[in-house]
Design a protein around this ligand. Structure first.
Ligand SMILES: [Zn+2]
Ligand SMILES: [Zn+2]
Length: 359
C-alpha cells in the first residue's frame, strides 16, 4: 500500500497492566489473554519504535461483532470466538499525530487514547441528539486557536467602525433640517488652459521612455517586490493504519521571502505640449463668456476648458451659503427667488443636491 516506513503501535493490557505490547503482533495479551482494544492503541516514542518488516498491509483490522476482538482484515472467522466476520466493522483509528521536523517524539499513551475515544463518543452523541431534534448534523466546532481569536477581534473592530460610519450617516440623515433660502447672487468662472510646445523634463522606467527623448540619464531604482522560495517548513505526520501499525509521512510546504526588484529609472527631456498658463474670465451676472485667448502661432495651442457656476444663498437666519451647479440649473434660479434645501444634522452643511424651488 505504501512505500513509507511502517511501525508497530503499542497498547497496555487493561486486564493485568502489562505495558507496551506490540499492536500488530499481540492481538491478545500474552500474559492474561485479554483481547486488544484498537481504540486504545497509541503511538510509541522514538526509542520504543519497532519497524514492521515482511508483513503486508491488508487494511484496517475488523472487529468481531460478537466478542469485540480485532481480527486481521482477511480473516473469515473470529480467532477468539469463531463467529463469521462477514459484516464486522473496521477497527477505530487514532487521529493523525503530527511532530515538528527534527523534533523528538515522546509518544503518547493509553490515557491519551482513552481521552480521544471519549471525545469522539461525545461528538457522535451530540450529532445523534441534533439529528433527533431535526437540526443539521454539523460537526462540532474545532477548538479555536489564538489566530482565530485575533481574527475575531479584528473583525469586531471593523464591524464597530462600519457600524459607527453607518450610524453617523443615519443620525445625520435623521437630524437633518430643512430651510427656505433666498437666491442672493450668481457668479461664474471660466478658464482656458494654454499649452506651449517646448522641452519638458520627465522621468519614467526605461522601457517607457519615448524614442524622441534626449538627455536620458538612468539609474537603478526599486521597481517592485516579488516572492521567492526560501526553504521549506516540514513536519512528520504519523497515520494509524488500523491494523496495529502506522506510517510516517514527511510533509513540507515552501517558505517564501520578499525580494526587491530593481529597474532602470530614467530622467529625460522631450519636446511636448504642456500647460503654460490659463486665461480666465469671471463675473457676477447671468452672461458667462469664455476669455479671449491670444496664441503665439506654431508655439501655443488651447488646452482644457474649465467652468464653474456658483449660486449664493441666504438662509432664514441671514447666514450665507454657496452651491456649485451645472450651468442650466444655476441659470434656472432667478435672483431673489425662494429655494428649499436640507442641512446635515451633525455637520450643519448645506446639501446642494437637495436644492429645489420652494413650493
Ligand atoms: Zn494482560
Ligand atoms: Zn469473536
Amino acid at each position: 500500500m505504501t512505500g513509507d516506513a511502517r511501525y508497530q503501535m503499542l497498547w497496555d493490557c487493561p486486564g493485568c497492566d502489562t505495558a507496551g505490547l506490540l499492536a500488530l503482533d499481540h492481538k491478545f495479551c500474552p500474559v492474561c489473554g485479554t483481547p486488544q482494544d484498537p481504540k486504545l492503541r497509541y503511538f510509541p516514542s522514538d526509542e520504543q519504535k519497532v519497524a514492521v518488516e515482511d508483513h503486508p498491509y491488508h487494511g484496517a483490522d475488523k472487529v468481531c461483532g460478537a466478542c469485540d476482538t480485532p481480527n486481521v482484515a482477511t480473516a473469515g472467522f473470529c480467532t477468539a470466538c469463531g463467529s463469521a466476520m462477514d459484516d464486522a466493522k473496521a477497527a477505530a483509528r487514532r487521529e493523525d499525530r503530527v511532530v515538528a521536523d527534527g523534533a523528538a517524539d515522546a509518544g503518547d499513551n493509553t490515557k491519551a487514547a482513552r481521552d480521544e475515544a471519549k471525545q469522539k463518543r461525545q461528538a457522535a452523541e451530540e450529532r445523534r441528539v441534533r439529528e433527533a431534534a431535526g437540526q443539521p448534523a454539523e460537526p462540532s466546532k474545532p477548538r479555536r486557536g489564538m489566530g482565530a481569536y485575533l481574527g475575531l477581534g479584528c473583525g469586531a473592530i471593523v464591524a464597530i467602525a462600519a457600524l459607527g460610519c453607518v450610524g453617523f450617516f443615519l443620525l445625520s440623515w435623521l437630524l437633518q433640517t430643512q430651510d427656505t433660502l433666498t437666491v442672493s447672487g450668481h457668479t461664474w468662472d471660466r478658464r482656458v488652459d494654454v499649452e506651449v510646445l517646448g522641452p519638458v523634463k520627465k522621468s519614467d522606467w526605461k522601457d517607457e521612455v519615448p524614442a524622441a527623448a534626449s538627455d536620458v540619464v538612468c539609474r537603478s531604482e526599486k521597481k517592485d517586490t516579488k516572492k521567492v522560495p526560501d526553504g521549506e517548513d516540514c513536519q512528520m505526520r504519523k497515520k494509524d493504519l488500523g491494523d496495529g501499525t502506522f506510517t510516517e509521512v514527511r510533509e513540507c510546504t515552501t517558505r517564501y521571502r520578499t525580494e526587491d526588484v530593481f529597474g532602470e529609472k530614467c530622467s529625460y527631456t522631450v519636446v511636448t505640449w504642456s500647460k503654460a498658463r490659463s486665461e480666465q474670465a469671471a463675473g457676477a451676472d447671468l452672461s458667462p463668456r469664455w476669455p479671449q485667448v491670444t496664441l503665439t502661432p506654431a508655439k501655443e495651442r488651447e488646452g482644457k476648458r474649465h467652468e464653474t457656476y456658483t449660486l449664493a444663498l441666504t438662509d432664514s437666519k441671514g447666514q450665507g451659503h454657496t452651491c456649485d451647479l451645472a450651468e442650466p440649473a444655476w441659470r434656472s434660479y432667478a435672483q431673489g427667488s425662494k429655494v428649499q434645501a436640507s442641512f446635515g444634522g451633525l455637520t450643519g452643511l448645506i446639501d446642494c443636491g437637495s436644492l429645489a424651488p420652494a413650493r
